[in-house]
Design a binder for this molecule. Structure first.
Ligand code: HEC
Ligand code: HEC
Ligand code: HEC
Ligand code: HEC
Ligand code: HEC
Ligand code: HEC
Ligand code: HEC
Ligand code: HEC
Ligand code: HEC
Length: 340
């Protein structure tokens, strides 16, 4: 009898969990995307009742956009029109949305007729995607439908990047119709970035700075504007690796290391610019005196200084501790004091 009740209880539990599971699944199915799908499609595709007609039909009656067309067709995206590459076809409608409504009723004859009257025929561009006024994430989606993380590798972390999160869109940096040349030259990047990060420009005018304004290195040597999993959009996995890609001699490992300080070069250096020599965050000896006491030393000759007393060395510590980033050679007393 006891076992019958146990069996019944077990049976009820199974029934109950099945019901809960099914209910849970339907609930899951019902969970909604953040935007109503229709709204979202409308944002991206433009008018849903419009058809795609192709660049030739779009522009057959129109000479207004000849320049845009010419430079676009000469660009890396435009040459895809020839379809030889097997890459996705890119034409005006890929970004501006289906165009049939925009050109409805416009014929070559009408255009010429109007021209004689001195009127410019405009297409009904209000039926196209209002590309400039989309919310930034939707602007980027226009590009990302082709430039997925797999197709354009450095866009892999786009969505996690601080730029995407802060509503910076592809359009803010890339101007598709600027010229046939879509490549971004490293030398152009500083101006591109200063558009929004103007405050940093002042660092590059300080006495010690990385030669970015001089065109010898670039914001993109250290940062990937498309987003990375590392903080500050760094390309390399850490600050140290960011720096030692160019300053390899500071990388170590050394037999005598400066504790773990050199794991973060920014304990002592600024990355962009500084009023102090060598991009230091603080002048010597104050830099060192944050963590150490000044000291007097007994040199082998018992050397004294101009004032006649053995002084504390509140001066440039690295005059003697010249291997401050680490060394393999011990000091005369066999310790690691970075003096050679
Ligand atoms: C890869 C996406 C893309 C493609 C392809 C594209 N455009 Fe654009 N177009 C844009 C973006 C983004 C803007 C708005 C920002 C700007 O003006 O650069 C724009 C703006 C325009 C403008 C308004 C320019 C202005 O000065 O206000 C016209 C006209 C235009 N495009 C025509 C065309 C024509 C014609 C084609 C095909 C030959 C084409 N576009 C293909 C993305 C694209
Ligand atoms: C319909 C597909 C498609 C869309 C939409 C699209 N692209 Fe492209 N894009 C391509 C293809 C294909 C290439 C050429 C192959 C390549 O370099 O990946 C290309 C090339 C580029 C290049 C040049 C790469 C190089 O090495 O020269 C840039 C920059 C670019 N696209 C930016 C954009 C931006 C910004 C947008 C959104 C306004 C956009 N693309 C929208 C398909 C697309
Ligand atoms: C903050 C500025 C910025 C934003 C935003 C941005 N890019 Fe870029 N993009 C660049 C720079 C700079 C380069 C040059 C190559 C490099 O150093 O990564 C580049 C390169 C590219 C390239 C390769 C072509 C080349 O010149 O090597 C493609 C394709 C591209 N970007 C597409 C996109 C797309 C798509 C988006 C939006 C999802 C986007 N970018 C957003 C700045 C930006
Ligand atoms: C030598 C490598 C390097 C170069 C070149 C570089 N950065 Fe940085 N940047 C860093 C590092 C490291 C950090 C993080 C620590 C810090 O704030 O200094 C950083 C931080 C930043 C920050 C966020 C913190 C802040 O101070 O606002 C911005 C924005 C930035 N960089 C933009 C730029 C721009 C724009 C350029 C080009 C003009 C540039 N960086 C050139 C290494 C570099
Ligand atoms: C359209 C404006 C815009 C442009 C152009 C732009 N940024 Fe930014 N950037 C932002 C915004 C917004 C943030 C968010 C944080 C903030 O408010 O500074 C940001 C943040 C950053 C950060 C800080 C990341 C962090 O973790 O604190 C770095 C680094 C950075 N950008 C580098 C660049 C570089 C390099 C370029 C040029 C290739 C560039 N940005 C171009 C708007 C822009
Ligand atoms: C892309 C290469 C590159 C990267 C990455 C780089 N540097 Fe530099 N660094 C340079 C160049 C180039 C100079 C200028 C050398 C010269 O003028 O002789 C320089 C100079 C310096 C100087 C001396 C400045 C002076 O006023 O003499 C210091 C200190 C420095 N870098 C520290 C760093 C730190 C810290 C990092 C990491 C945040 C870093 N560097 C990343 C290329 C780089
Ligand atoms: C404990 C403070 C401290 C740390 C941490 C530190 N530095 Fe330095 N660095 C200095 C001082 C002080 C100088 C100037 C005197 C000298 O050259 O010895 C200097 C000078 C430099 C110079 C320019 C002179 C030269 O020797 O080429 C570069 C480049 C440099 N450091 C790179 C780095 C890098 C890269 C890291 C991180 C791996 C780093 N520093 C970490 C204190 C430090
Ligand atoms: C952020 C703190 C910090 C700064 C700044 C700093 N140090 Fe150090 N330093 C340390 C630490 C921690 C040790 C390891 C102490 C130990 O092992 O007993 C160390 C070790 C040393 C040693 C070896 C001491 C020993 O007992 O073997 C010398 C020499 C030294 N530092 C000199 C300097 C000089 C010169 C500067 C300025 C250019 C400087 N330090 C800047 C924290 C700092
Ligand atoms: C005139 C050369 C000289 C100057 C300048 C100098 N030091 Fe030293 N320092 C030495 C010598 C030599 C030793 C002992 C080396 C040994 O043990 O073999 C030493 C040892 C040290 C030690 C480890 C011994 C201890 O006292 O614990 C530290 C830490 C140190 N110095 C920090 C500094 C700081 C910080 C400054 C700048 C305020 C500085 N030194 C300036 C030559 C100098």
């Amino acid at each position: 009898m006891g076992s019958k009740i146990k069996f019944l209880i077990l049976f009820l539990i199974i029934c109950f969990s099945t019901v809960v599971a099914i209910w849970g699944c339907t609930e899951l199915k019902r969970s909604r995307p953040i935007l109503p799908l229709k709204e979202y499609e409308r944002m991206i595709a433009g008018r849903l009742d419009a058809e795609y007609v192709g660049t030739d039909n779009c522009l057959s009656a129109c000479h207004e956009h000849d320049d845009i067309r010419a430079s676009f067709e000469a660009s890396t995206m435009g040459v895809q029109l020839k379809r030889e590459s097997g890459l996705p076809l890119v034409d005006c409608e890929s970004c501006h949305g289906p165009g049939s409504l925009a050109i409805k009723g416009i014929t070559k004859e009408l255009v010429e007729e109007n021209l004689k009257k001195g009127i410019k025929t405009k297409c009904n561009y209000k039926t196209l995607i209002d590309i400039n006024n989309l919310p930034p994430p939707a602007q980027s989606l226009i590009c990302l439908k082709c430039h997925t993380g797999n197709a354009t590798f450095n866009l892999h972390e786009w969505n996690a990047g601080i730029h995407a999160i802060n509503d910076v869109s592809c359009f803010d940096c890339h101007q598709v119709h600027r010229s046939p040349d879509l490549k971004v030259r490293p030398i152009e990047t500083a101006e591109m970035c200063f558009k929004c990060h103007e405050d940093l420009k002042s660092y590059y005018r300080l006495r010690s700075h990385h030669p970015v304004l001089e065109g010898k290195m670039f914001c993109t040597d250290c940062h990937d504007p498309h987003g990375t999993t590392v903080e500050y959009l760094l390309r390399k996995p850490s600050i140290k690796e960011t720096c030692t890609q160019c300053h390899g001699e500071k990388e170590g490992p050394f037999i005598y290391e400066h504790a773990d300080l050199t794991d973060d070069c920014l304990s002592c250096h600024n990355s962009h610019g500084s009023p102090n020599n060598n991009l230091l965050i603080m002048r010597e000896p104050f830099l060192c005196l944050q963590c150490h006491e000044g000291h007097r030393i007994n040199t082998p000759t018992g050397e004294t200084f101009s004032s006649g007393v053995k002084e504390f060395f509140y001066r440039r510590c690295t005059d003697c501790h010249s291997q401050i980033h680490g060394t393999d050679l011990p000091s005369p007393t066999g310790k690691g004091r970075f003096i050679r």
